[in-house]
Design a protein around this ligand. Structure first.
Ligand code: HSE
Length: 412
């Protein structure tokens, strides 16, 4: 029998308890031995809850119990999670976590301790919720030179953008519903400002390069500036706006970024709606691969955590994860080539000559009910070239990237 402890009885922690209890026979069968939840750690009390009898408030009870071989950390945030996880690993207990903040900030160090102790630090649920992408990158896509990963990695913002486009919901209504459904972070600014997706693309980039990607160096824009008017223009252009996290090898080096991007119908991520997440991976010999599914929420995330628990019980020795502490050098997003959608105040007659001077030929667009302004889409150009023109454009209201260069072969 394997005994485990769950740190944190919030959305994911209670989901882990529920998944183990609901699927106990399957979980035990796949682990090769029965799995018992011996402790749940939380500061709060849960009178009448099934975990009441196994609830502890003192982490040392878990740390000092030699029977506990796997610790599940689902508290979120870097501290005290980092101290607890490090302590467990140093005591020879494997750790499974859904905590992307912890993994993005301390991944290489915790992986190294697990390697030295010949145990495991698993973090499948930290990216893509229930979608198996971490293990795929670590164990399956290892024969390829990965050239690109693009993903919808934040369920909250994808849910919000979908509802705003399809139902005409306002930003605040969409966010409130995503919070009520248990998708959003405790501090939802991490979702809407792009930091959650940023940490996730940093984790994936570290895994496929083997070097540490400092998430703070990843160019990050959230969805807070996307308005109902932008969505109207996107509809006219038959495009959908998604918060995309991408990491790609360019001639100038590896570029990682998070930003709202307008996608064409032919883009593999165009139809990924609601809370669903998807990760598009392109390898030099594999070509494209898509991973698609439930990206956030209690049970999908808990499913990935429990699969890690099963893997930790089955693999009593360390499963190698290549993610060194050497920092990965990221190149500037300025070199990435794509089109840009721009909204500008005034009329086409008045503004187009200057626009053509700055950007070359563009195609213009108007949106129903939007007056006193128009939009245009540039040809494919580097972000640096675009910015030079945009800075000189009088009356510019906003700009959104347009990804029309999947596989970088479609220029014009
Ligand atoms: N807040 C995150 C999301 C939870 O919306 O995707 C899953 O990481």
């Amino acid at each position: 029998m394997a005994k485990i402890a769950i740190l944190g009885y919030g959305t994911v922690g209670s989901g882990v308890y529920e998944v183990v209890k609901t699927n106990q026979a399957i979980v035990d069968g796949n682990a090769g031995e029965s799995i018992e939840i011996k402790y749940v750690l939380d500061l709060r009390d849960f009178p009448g809850d099934p975990v009441e009898k196994i609830l502890v408030h003192d982490y040392d009870v878990i740390l000092n119990d030699p029977e506990v071989s796997v610790v599940v950390e689902v508290m979120g945030g870097v501290e005290p999670a980092y101290t607890f996880v490090k302590g467990a690993l140093l005591k020879g207990k494997s750790v499974c976590t859904s905590n992307k903040a912890l993994v993005a900030a301390k991944g290489p160090e915790l992986i190294k301790i697990a390697r030295e102790k010949d145990i495991n630090f698993f973090f499948e649920a930290s990216v893509g919720g229930g979608i198996p992408i971490i293990r795929a990158l670590n164990l399956c896509l290892t024969a390829d030179d990965i050239e690109e990963i693009s993903g919808i990695l934040n369920g909250t913002t994808n849910y919000m953008m979908t509802k705003m486009a399809d139902e005409g919901w306002e930003f605040d209504e969409a966010l409130k519903t995503a919070q009520d459904l248990g998708y959003a972070e405790k501090n939802p600014e991490a979702d809407i400002d792009g930091w959650d997706a940023c940490r996730k693309i940093a984790i994936l980039t570290s895994l496929y390069t083997g070097k540490n990607t400092d998430y703070e160096k990843v160019y990050t824009e959230g969805i807070t500036k996307i308005s109902a008017k932008d969505i109207k223009y996107a509809k006219e252009l038959k495009l959908r706006i998604k918060l995309i996290a991408e990491s790609q090898k360019t001639d100038e080096g590896l570029v990682a970024m998070v930003a709202p991007i307008m996608l064409k119908k032919s883009h593999p991520l165009y139809n990924v709606d609601g809370v669903l997440n998807a990760v598009y991976v392109r390898g030099n010999v594999l070509g494209p691969a898509m991973f698609f599914g439930s990206g956030a929420g209690k049970l999908p995330t808990a499913s990935a955590v429990v699969s890690d628990v099963i893997a930790a019980v089955k693999n009593r020795h360390n499963v190698e994860v290549v993610w060194d502490d050497e920092d990965l050098k990221l190149s500037s997003v300025g070199s990435v080539r794509r089109s840009f959608f721009v909204r500008v105040s005034g009329s086409e007659d008045e503004k187009l000559p200057k626009i053509k001077e700055l950007f070359g030929e563009v195609s213009t667009v108007t949106a129903p009910g939007v007056t006193g302004e128009f939009g245009f889409v540039t040809k494919v150009m580097s972000e640096d070239e675009f910015n030079k023109g945009y800075e000189k454009l009088d009356g510019a209201i906003t700009r959104i990237r347009v990804d029309n260069v999947v596989n970088k072969q479609e220029e014009n």
